[in-house]
Design a protein around this ligand. Structure first.
Ligand code: UDP
Ligand code: MG
Length: 318
């Protein structure tokens, strides 16, 4: 049985040697499998590609795809899944935050226990900045209220999947890829594994608070149209309030003969309404923007170079 291990890499030169060392420790023990390691170089600006090529020369199990620029992790995962030939396909980060020691159990679950995918989640967010955890929790609460598919809090991209599952994922060719949602959207039987959060072995995380925020908006826009319903709902409530307010003013005028004044409250109302309108236009704009991008049907990634499949000069490790 061939197990493909897809590894997205963006400026990971410091960590790849450790990653391979740890991975080999595990794969050497998994005798019943053949392996293929697919490195996806996501437009790294350091020596990542150079190093990967060297590794590919010394080990015939290693293949690589290199992008023409940085397309983001989601695109890198898609490309990796596309290139993987295995009966089972694993996706792992290069920074050893996804412990390879879980691989045997995960593969067993998919191969022998009748699951289509083995997925992982962090049992805690220890070691993460507090603000980030608070916002992350909030995001998962919010998105799960709004969507039908379940987006699991703390779910990682570390997965082992059957061929059937991978093909289902590849069938979704959308440009805005929010893989945490795509994974649960395809369904199938999934076994969950939890583990403690591990610090990355070397190098730096590529996520800033701002990029995570944008990613979460992307997730919401990709998987639910609830914000649009919310906009109509708030609009309706405001209309009802207005009718009530008009009735109140008319009655007050007729019964008590009050003069109609109050420019201050009027000014407040106008700015409030203006604010609401802008906010909901913003939400609508998000969806229109997504539609615009999807409609262009641009490729999800562009390959600059990849392993020369006809070159058999690489040495077999086993
Ligand atoms: N990554 C990528 N493209 C990007 C950003 C990240 O391929 O634009 C890869 C990165 O090399 C690593 C994985 O995605 O293998 C996870 O990235 P990182 O460790 O920065 O994220 P975190 O673990 O902090 O969520
Ligand atoms: Mg990481």
């Amino acid at each position: 049985m061939l197990l493909s291990i897809v590894v997205p890499c963006y400026n990971e030169q410091e960590v790849i040697p450790f990653f391979l060392e740890e991975l080999y420790k595990i794969t050497d023990k998994m005798k019943s499998y053949q392996f293929e390691i697919v490195f996806v170089n996501d437009g790294s600006t350091d020596r990542t590609l150079h190093d990967i090529k060297n590794y590919a020369r010394t080990d015939a199990q290693i293949r690589y795809v290199s992008f023409s620029r940085n397309f983001g992790k989601e695109s890198a995962i898609y490309a990796g899944l596309h290139k993987a030939k295995g009966d089972l396909v694993a996706v792992m980060d290069a920074d050893l935050q996804d412990p390879p020691s879980l691989l045997p159990d995960m593969c067993h679950a998919v191969e022998a226990e009748g699951y289509d995918a083995a997925a992982t989640r962090r049992s805690s967010r220890r070691g993460e900045p507090v603000v980030r955890s608070v916002f992350a929790k909030l995001f998962y609460k919010l998105i799960n209220k709004m969507t039908e598919v379940e987006i699991v809090d703390g779910a990682r991209d570390f997965r082992v999947m059957s061929r059937k599952y991978v093909n289902a994922l590849l069938g979704m060719k959308e440009y805005n890829r929010f893989s945490k949602g795509l994974y649960s959207w395809v369904g199938f039987r999934v076994k969950w594994f939890s583990y403690e959060n591990v610090q990355r072995a070397a190098g730096h995380t590529k996520w800033s608070f701002w990029s995570l925020f944008q990613y979460s908006i992307e997730g919401i826009a990709a998987f639910t149209t609830t914000p649009l319903v919310l906009a109509s709902f708030v609009g309706l409530i405001l209309c009802i309030c207005t009718v009530l307010a008009v009735l109140f003013i008319i009655v007050r005028r007729i019964v008590f003969g009050d003069p109609v004044d109050g420019w201050a409250s009027l000014a407040c109302l106008i700015t409030f309404m203006g604010g609401c309108q802008m906010f909901f236009f913003g939400i609508m704009g998000q969806y229109i923007a997504k539609m615009y991008l999807e409609n262009k049907r641009r490729p999800i990634y562009i390959v600059d170079e990849e392993t020369d499949e006809t070159d058999h000069s690489a040495v077999r490790r086993f």
